[in-house]
Design a protein around this ligand. Structure first.
Ligand code: MG
Length: 385
C-alpha cells in the first residue's frame, strides 16, 4: 500500500503560541496537543513526537510501547525541570504496516477513517464529558457545549505510566485517514469534516481546508491535521502505458530476433538506452539515499523546523521535507545573530544534531524573552541580574 501524507497546523485566532506538534515520517505519523503553562505545552507535545520518532529509528516497532516510552520521557522532564512542571500532551499516532494501520492513542486528539465517502471515528476521547455521555449523565449535544469539555481524563506525561488505547485498522486503496487535534473537532462538525475530506482530492489541499474551517469556526484553539491517502503500490497497466526502452533492449538482444517494428531502432542504440536508463536509476537511488542521510534546521510556515534532505529544489522538485515543525517563531530565531541564516537552512550532522540546534534556538529565544532591553546606551553588560 502506498501512502501519501500531508499535514497542516495553525496557531488559530486567539492563542499566543502553538502547542500542537505533528510527525510525518513515513511510515510513522502522529499529532500531539500539549498543555501546561509557560511553554509546558509545546515542550510536552514536541518531546512526545520526537521520542516516538527516535525510538522508531532505533528499531522499536511496538507502537503502544513507544507511546508509553514517550510518556515516561515527558513525565521525567516535567519532574526535573520546574519550568515545565505539570505539563502534559495528547498523542494520537499511526504506524502503517502494509495494508494495516496500527493506532495508539491517549487524550482528545482523534483519528478518523474516510471510506467510500463515509467518515468513521476510530478513537475514543479521554475526556470528562465523553465519560459523562457514555454513563448517560448528559447527552451528546450537551457535551458539545459543556463548559468542561476540554477536561482530559487521560494525558501523556502526567504520571510515570499511562493507559494507551491500541487498535489496528485494515486499510484499502482509496481510504483516507485523518489525525487531528481538538482545535479542529471543537470548531468544525463531523459532517463538515467529512465533506471537506470527500470533496478535496489533494491531501495537502484537504489539510489546509480543514485548518481554514477551524479558523472560520472561531479558531479558539491551535489546529493540527495529518491526512494520509492510501493507494495501490503498483500502478495498474503501467507496462502498457510506458514501454520502457530498457525492457525492449533486454528482450531482443539475446534472441537475436528483433521484431519487424523494432527495426527502426538499431540494436546498439537500444543497448545504449538501456545502459542510460540503468545509470539514471542508480543515480536516482543514490540521490535518494544521500538525501535521506542529510538533515538541517530551517523555516516552515514561519516556525523553526527540522528537515530531512537539502535546502534546495531542482526543476521544481523540493529535495527535502519537514520532519518536525516546532512552535518556535522563525522571526524571533532569525533576529538572533547566530541564527540569522536560518532561512537558508542550518546543516546538521544527523537527526540528533538537528534536535540539538533546535534546543539551542529554543533556549536562546527564551533568554531573549527574559532579558530586558538595556535602556541605557552605555550599558556594558546586558546579562541582567
Ligand atoms: Mg487543543
Amino acid at each position: 500500500m502506498r501512502v501519501t501524507a500531508a499535514a497542516a497546523t495553525d496557531i488559530g485566532l486567539v492563542r499566543e503560541g502553538n502547542e500542537d506538534s505533528y510527525l510525518t515520517e513515513e511510515p510513522l505519523f502522529a499529532v500531539a496537543d500539549g498543555m501546561g503553562g509557560h511553554r509546558g505545552g509545546e515542550v510536552a507535545s514536541q518531546l512526545a513526537v520526537e521520542t516516538l520518532e527516535k525510538r522508531f529509528k532505533q528499531g522499536a516497532r511496538d507502537l503502544p510501547d513507544q507511546v508509553q516510552e514517550a510518556n515516561r520521557v515527558v513525565f521525567e522532564r516535567s519532574v526535573v525541570d520546574e519550568k515545565v512542571a505539570g505539563m502534559g500532551t495528547t498523542l494520537t499516532a499511526a504506524l502503517v504496516e502494509g495494508d494495516r494501520v496500527r493506532l495508539a492513542h491517549v487524550g482528545d486528539s482523534r483519528a478518523y477513517l474516510l471510506r467510500d465517502g463515509d467518515l468513521r471515528l476510530l478513537t475514543e476521547d479521554h475526556t470528562l464529558v465523553h465519560r459523562m455521555v457514555t454513563e448517560g449523565e448528559i447527552s451528546k449535544e450537551e457535551a458539545e457545549t459543556h463548559p468542561q469539555r476540554s477536561v482530559l481524563t487521560r494525558a501523556l506525561g502526567v504520571d510515570n505510566v499511562v493507559d494507551v488505547d491500541d487498535d489496528t485498522v485494515q486499510v484499502r486503496p482509496g481510504d483516507r485517514l485523518l489525525l487531528c487535534t481538538d482545535g479542529l473537532t471543537s470548531m468544525v462538525s463531523e459532517q463538515a469534516i467529512e465533506e471537506a475530506l470527500r470533496g478535496v482530492p489533494d491531501p495537502q489541499e484537504a489539510a489546509r481546508r480543514l485548518v481554514h474551517l477551524a479558523n472560520e469556526g472561531g479558531g479558539t484553539d491551535n489546529t493540527t491535521v495529518v491526512v494520509l491517502d492510501f493507494s495501490d503500490d503498483a500502478v495498474a497497466g503501467r507496462p502498457e502505458e510506458e514501454p520502457t526502452p530498457s525492457s525492449e533492449a533486454i528482450a531482443p538482444a539475446p534472441t537475436g530476433r528483433p521484431a519487424r517494428s523494432r527495426r527502426r531502432f538499431p540494436r546498439k542504440l537500444l543497448v545504449w538506452i538501456g545502459i542510460i536508463v540503468a545509470l539514471a536509476v542508480v543515480a536516482l537511488v543514490g540521490l535518494r539515499l544521500y538525501l535521506d542521510s542529510q538533515w538541517y534546521v530551517g523555516v516552515s510556515n514561519g516556525h523553526v523546523a527540522i528537515f530531512r534532505g537539502i535546502p534546495t529544489e531542482v526543476a521544481g522538485f523540493e529535495l527535502h521535507h519537514v520532519v518536525v515543525q516546532t512552535t518556535i517563531s522563525a522571526e524571533k530565531a532569525e533576529s538572533l545573530a547566530f541564527f540569522q541564516d536560518l532561512g537558508d537552512g542550518i546543516t546538521a550532522e544527523d537527526r540528533d544534531g538537528a534536535s540539538a540546534i533546535v534546543e539551542r534556538i529554543r533556549q536562546d529565544v527564551e533568554e531573549m524573552r527574559q532579558v530586558p532591553k538595556p535602556n541605557q546606551p552605555g550599558s556594558t553588560d546586558a546579562s541582567g541580574p
